[in-house]
Design a protein around this ligand. Structure first.
Ligand code: CTP
Length: 424
């Protein structure tokens, strides 16, 4: 029996895929199709598959051409598969000519001519072209626009006050302006992704969320960390019970750049520490322990009292069975790490944890420690854009950051703005 193997993503299964599979099948008696997992695709730079792995598998299955379907999860798996399944022929489309010659050592390699005029990328681009504009100036907007380029089907378009030419906007203005800017965009019928916090009071946050629901629009917090693979995986590991019960979450985010410490005239245009870093630092606390804490206390060191510009703030949360602490600063420096303490072990994410590609699960016995590495491109921003575009397309809210989490973040910042802190 001649065994043939082929690999691909098979997103939005099209005629080119089917022709490839038919010809692959005809090369032998038994066809194995390797379908790339979403994680593996991310490491290969394919970040915006429209369909989930399960959907892509189901589509290939439905062709009836594959005798066996496997999932491709890591670099180097092809050699393992060829050996494991005793494969005679490896084949892929001619877009890969030369790339897999190294497999000749293990089996015969055949490149089949690619079908002209159709590809998943084109189908994705046709399917949803989302024009996105930005409101705000500065570093964050520039970064965002750069990252939009990596996401096919989404295009940056400069927009004016009317927001006429765009379907969606990214907002990175001063937090005090967020409420007005988000409201204006939603009222104009635009989907919104806004730097967190989306408003400075719970009432306003709720009002914006209600407005988005009413209009059938997506309103999403832009916290890029939520979309990084390492961060999402560490949440899963923490919740899986691997480190036992979680008893403490401690997150530190500091940055000394950005002009804090300068004259107060300059400070008024800048974000204070709690707005700039608070949402990111509170994210793992609320995502792991929930938003129903029993008590919180805020200690702060003001850089400018009139502007309520904190140079350093520490927030402590007490839950029924756990505690959490968050340290944020623009005028103080500390190790920017995240530690999740459990009853059996802990998770350690080295600085800067908010854009990490790596974390460790550590135990009393170091022999049991496990290191996890994941690819991180564009600090997570491009994945954030993919998730936002998907939410817009499906009409469902971005499920990475729940509404209750946005509200809990706003509530803490509102309480700070009401002066509910101890000054040090
Ligand atoms: N393929 C083909 N003809 C096409 C498109 C794809 O023969 N028009 C082949 C590829 O060479 C590969 C397999 O189908 O062997 C799976 O390809 P995949 O990368 O999933 O599809 P593409 O349409 O090329 O996807 P993308 O546009 O995202 O690169």
């Amino acid at each position: 029996m001649v065994k043939v193997i082929t690999y691909g993503t098979y997103d939005l299964l099209h005629y080119g895929h089917i022709r490839l599979l038919q010809r692959a099948k005809a090369l032998g008696d038994y066809l194995i199709v390797g379908i790339t997992s979403d994680d593996y695709d991310k490491t290969r730079g394919k970040i915006n598959n429209q369909q989930s792995l399960m959907e892509r598998i189901a589509a290939v299955e439905a062709t009836g051409l594959a005798d066996k379907i496997i999932v491709e999860e890591y670099e180097g798996q092809k050699i393992d598969d060829i050996r494991r399944y005793d494969v005679d022929i490896f084949t892929v489309g001619s877009d890969w000519v030369g790339k897999f010659d190294y497999l000749n050592e293990y089996c015969k390699v055949i490149y089949l001519p690619r079908t002209q005029g159709v590809s998943s990328s084109e189908l994705r681009a046709e399917k949803r072209k989302l024009n996105i504009g930005t409101i705000g100036e500065g570093r964050l907007c520039r970064k965002f626009v750069r990252e939009v380029d990596y996401v096919n089907g989404v295009e940056y378009k400069a927009c004016d006050e009317t927001l006429e030419d765009v379907d969606a906007v990214y907002i990175a203005t001063h937090p005090e302006r967020h409420y007005e800017d988000v409201k204006r965009a939603l009222e104009a019928g635009k989907h919104v992704i806004c730097e967190s916090p989306i408003a400075l009071s719970q009432t306003r946050c709720r009002e914006l969320m209600d407005l988005a629901h009413e209009r059938g629009l997506v309103l999403s917090d832009a916290i890029k960390t939520a979309y990084s693979t390492a961060y999402s995986r560490l949440l899963v590991v923490a919740k899986s019970g691997r480190i036992g019960e979680i008893v403490s979450v401690d997150a530190v985010c500091t940055s000394l750049q950005d002009g804090a410490g300068e004259e107060s005239a300059n400070l008024s245009s800048k974000q204070n520490s709690i707005c700039a870093w608070g949402p990111t630092a509170m994210l793992p606390v609320f995502q792991l322990l929930g938003t129903h804490y029993r008590q919180k206390s805020i200690c702060t060191r003001m850089l400018n009292r009139d502007l309520r510009f904190d140079g350093f703030t520490k927030i402590d949360f007490v839950y029924d069975n756990a505690v959490a602490s968050v340290k944020v600063a623009k005028a103080a420096k500390a190790e920017g790490e995240l530690i999740i303490t459990g009853t059996k072990g802990y998770i350690y994410v080295p600085a800067p944890w908010w854009k990490t590609d790596y974390f460790e699960v550590r135990f009393e016995n170091p022999a049991e420690n496990k290191r996890h590495f994941y690819q991180l491109d564009g600090e997570g921003i491009r994945y954030e854009i993919v998730a936002f575009a998907k939410a817009v397309e499906s009409g469902r809210r971005d499920y990475y950051i729940g509404e209750e989490i946005s509200r809990a973040i706003t509530e803490v910042i509102e309480s700070f703005n009401r002066g509910e802190y101890i000054e040090i």
